[in-house]
Design a protein around this ligand. Sequence first.
Ligand SMILES: Cc1cc2nc3c(=O)[nH]c(=O)nc-3n(C[C@H](O)[C@H](O)[C@H](O)COP(=O)(O)OP(=O)(O)OC[C@H]3O[C@@H](n4cnc5c(N)ncnc54)[C@H](O)[C@@H]3O)c2cc1C
Length: 390
Amino acid sequence: MLKKTAVVGAGASGMMAAVTAASNGNPVTIFEHTLQPGKKLLLTGNGKCNFTNRDMSEAHFHSCSDDGHIGKVLKSFSADDTIEFFSHAGLFTKEKNGCVYPYTDMSATVLSVLRSEMDRLRIKVVCDHHIDEISDPFIIDGETFDCVILAAGGKTFPKTGSDGSGFDILKKLGCRIVKVLPALTSVSLSEDLSMLKGVRCRAALSLFINGEKVQDSSGELQPYDGGLSGICAMDLSGLAIRALDEGADVYILCDFMPDMDEEELKAYIKRMKEDFPERNVNGWFEGIFAPKLLKYLLHPLDSRKEDFVSSVVDTIKRHRFCPDTKMCADLSRAQTVSGGLSFSQVTPDLMLKDHPGIYVCGELLDVYGDCGGYNLQWAFSSGHTAGRLR
Ligand SMILES: Cc1cc2nc3c(=O)[nH]c(=O)nc-3n(C[C@H](O)[C@H](O)[C@H](O)COP(=O)(O)OP(=O)(O)OC[C@H]3O[C@@H](n4cnc5c(N)ncnc54)[C@H](O)[C@@H]3O)c2cc1C
C-alpha cells in the first residue's frame, strides 16, 4: 500500500529519503524551514563535496549507543550504491585517495542532480516552513500523512538551517537523546601557538583519555594561535570533546616526524653530530622542519643538560598537547555533532520503536564519521533506509 509521506528537512539525508520513498511510488512532501534545499551540502568539502569514500570500514564511525544498526544501515546502501545512484542520475565522479567527489569539483552539481531527481519523482518541496512538533495523527499544514521522516540535521553551522530543532521534536516525542556536542572541529588548547602561525606540517596524532590511547590520526597539521586544525586534528576532536565534557583527563601526543621511527631519529642525530660537528641542534634539523616549528620545538630545551638529545627526541616524537574545555561549547565551527537520538530508540529500519510511522535519519542519530565523505555517506545510507518506510 502506498504511504503519503512527509519529510522534515531538505538536507542530504532528507532528499535521499524523499527520493527513495517516491521511487517506490509513495507521494512525498518535504518541509524545509530555510528558503532552499541543501544549504549545508553546498558547503561540504570546501565547496567540492566529498560525498563518499571507497573505504567504508565501520572504524570510521563513532557512536555512544550503537548496537549494530550502523553497520547494517551502511551495508543496506553502501558507498558503491551511492556512486551508482548518482552516476545513474548523470553525476560524473572522480576519486582521490578513496575520497569520491563530483567531476566538476562543485557541490552545487550534486545538489542539482538530487533536485532533478526530486522533480522527476514529483516530490513537493515546501520551503520556509518550520516544523516544531509531530502530532498524532500526523497532520502538517492541514494535510494528514501516513508517515513522517525526520531529517532535520544536527546543530552546527546554524545558518544552513540545522539549528537543533530536530532534537527538540524528538524530545517532545519522549525520545532519549545522547548529549549533543561538537565533532570534526579544530582542537583548542590552553597553550598559545601563535609562534606556529602559518606552519603546515606532517604529523601523527594519538588521543589519550585517562591514560589510554583511544584514537590515532595522521596527515597535515595546521596549528593556529588557539590550537590545532587540519583533518588529523579534527578527526580526534569528537572523542576528545566528549571525554573533556565528562571530566576525563585528555591529552594528545603528536609525532612531528612520523616518517622516521625513534631509533632512526636517534641514529640520524648521531650521524649529524659525527659528520657535522660544527653544527648546533638547529643545523641537525634545518632540512627537516620549517624554521618556526623548529624554534617552537627546541626553545624550552637546554642544550647544556646531559639528557638534551633524549629531550629533543621526546619533543619531536611525543609532543604533548592539552585540549581545552572551551571547544565543548562551540558548535558554530564544527562540521558535525556527536550524540543525538540513541539507537536504542529505533528499529533496524530507523523507525521510532514507540512511534510507528516516524522514521529518523542523518545527523539526528547518535553517530558521526571521520572526515573523508563518511558523514554524507551516513546521510545517504540512513536516508535511503528511512525512505524504504519498512
Ligand atoms: C563546512 C562543512 C563541510 C562539510 N564537508 C563534508 C564533506 O566534504 N563530506 C562529508 O561527508 N560531510 C561533510 N560535512 C558534514 C555533512 O555535510 C553533514 O553531516 C550532512 O550534510 C548532514 O546531513 P543531514 O541531512 O543530516 O542534515 P542537514 O544537511 O543539516 O539538513 C537538515 C535540513 O533540515 C532543515 N531543518 C532543520 N530543522 C528543521 C525544522 N524544524 N523544520 C523544517 N526544516 C528543518 C535544515 O534547514 C536543513 O536543510 C560537512 C559539514 C560542514 C558544516
